[in-house]
Design a protein around this ligand. Structure first.
Ligand SMILES: NC(=O)c1ccc[n+]([C@@H]2O[C@H](COP(=O)([O-])OP(=O)(O)OC[C@H]3O[C@@H](n4cnc5c(N)ncnc54)[C@H](O)[C@@H]3O)[C@@H](O)[C@H]2O)c1
Length: 348
């Protein structure tokens, strides 16, 4: 079972590689990652120790590079592709969209073309080959106070990031309809957990609050996200690979809507209890409301009943437990954060 994972040195990709190697004894993972600012080899140091080289191989490369991608398909008989590689930060996409279009759309296209070239049997889905594209609920746009995203909600992306993910989703589906490439798409809600790059809301707030730095919160802080522990996303992705049907998409979420400000308060209160106050003051006083993000979506909420009913998947991490474990992870891994802050991780 040869699994090509793209973007495996990022947050979700590295958690997934660890998860699949633990849970599928027959799996061999080939990880292609360009090592952008978001890729960190340290995320996989345990995997390298335990599984390289027989069950884990790393290739530094760009998914837009046709030659490298074709060489991988030529040299290894790839059974599953799991495409995590992407530019993933909405704020960066607002400042500099070009790289988002390049990696998220053209990179996905390059991978699809390789699958079309090397998965010769037009009915290769019968042989259990799978091209699983990892996507986001942000493709659906913003919700008002009521309602949920289902798999049939029309796409209505707001940011260059979500627009580029939407474009790649359309391409992935088109390769199923047109060429019978056995593609599947998962659209998950916001993930949290260990190894998330500290520019994203939860790790940013945790790390700033640990150090007593200001805690920037967009707008009125009442934007709602639907939180999913990364390990639950990994189990859902594996369920989609094993039992998902080609041409289908599956929403993944844990029915866990929270306002940003409530999460920030939760982190402040836990750290106050665990580490004591900052200069005699509660960390909530570090909250700094800043101008809202351009085009900021108000609310996301996932209806995950399709994957629950059809693939028998269930989330297992309760948010109150998951957030505390995540805060504790960042407290125990200050060297990991420091290497990112000083840029040392780029030299590994
Ligand atoms: N983080 C979330 O909450 C979330 C939610 C839903 C969907 N997603 C999707 O999940 C995937 C992974 O997200 P993440 O948060 O782990 O992202 P991340 O930014 O932490 O990691 C992305 C990884 O992709 C690599 N990469 C970037 N461009 C590349 C290229 N051209 N070629 C090869 N590798 C490249 C980076 O080096 C990095 O290791 C993305 O596709 C994202 O859209 C993320």
């Amino acid at each position: 079972m040869n699994i090509l994972v793209t973007g495996g040195c990022g947050f979700i990709g590295s958690n997934f590689i660890t998860y699949i190697l633990k849970n599928r004894k027959e799996a061999k993972v080939i990880n292609i990652d360009k090592l952008t600012y978001a890729g960190n080899l340290a995320n996989l140091s345990d995997v390298i120790r335990e599984y390289a080289p027989s069950k884990y191989q790393f290739i530094k490369g760009d998914i837009c590079d046709k030659q490298i991608v074709e060489d991988i398909f030529k040299e290894s008989d790839i059974d599953w592709v799991v495409n995590f590689a992407a530019e993933s930060h909405v704020d960066r996409s607002i400042d500099e969209p070009a790289e988002f279009l390049q990696t998220n759309i053209l990179g996905t296209f390059t991978l699809l073309e390789a699958a079309r070239k090397f998965w010769l049997d037009p009915a290769s889905y019968i042989t259990k080959k799978r091209f699983l594209h990892i996507s986001t609920d942000e493709v659906y746009g913003s919700l008002d106070d009521i309602g949920y995203f289902t798999e049939t909600t029309p796409y209505n992306p707001s940011s260059p990031y979500s627009a580029s993910k939407a474009a790649s989703d359309h391409l992935v589906y088109a390769y199923w309809r047109t060429y019978s490439i056995p593609t599947i798409i998962t659209n998950s809600s916001n993930n949290y957990g260990p190894y998330q790059f500290p520019e994203k809301l939860i790790p940013l707030i945790i790390n700033n609050a640990i150090k007593g730095k200001r805690l920037p919160v967009y707008g009125d802080g009442k934007n709602v996200r639907d939180w999913l522990h990364v390990e639950d996303n990994c189990s859902a992705i594996l369920a989609a690979l094993k039992r998902g049907l080609p041409g289908q998409k599956y929403n993944i979420g844990a029915n866990c809507e929270k306002r940003n400000i409530d999460i920030v308060n939760m982190i402040c209160d836990y750290l106050d209890k665990k580490l004591g106050l900052i200069n005699g003051k509660p960390r909530r006083e570090l909250i700094d409301y800043v101008s809202d993000r351009l085009g900021h979506d108000r609310r996301y909420a996932i209806d995950a009943s399709k994957i629950i009913n059809e693939l028998h998947w269930q989330p297992s991490v309760n948010f109150e437990r998951g957030i505390i474990e995540t805060i504790d992870w960042y407290l125990q891994n200050t060297a990991w954060v420091e290497d990112i802050e000083t840029g040392k991780y780029l030299e590994y």
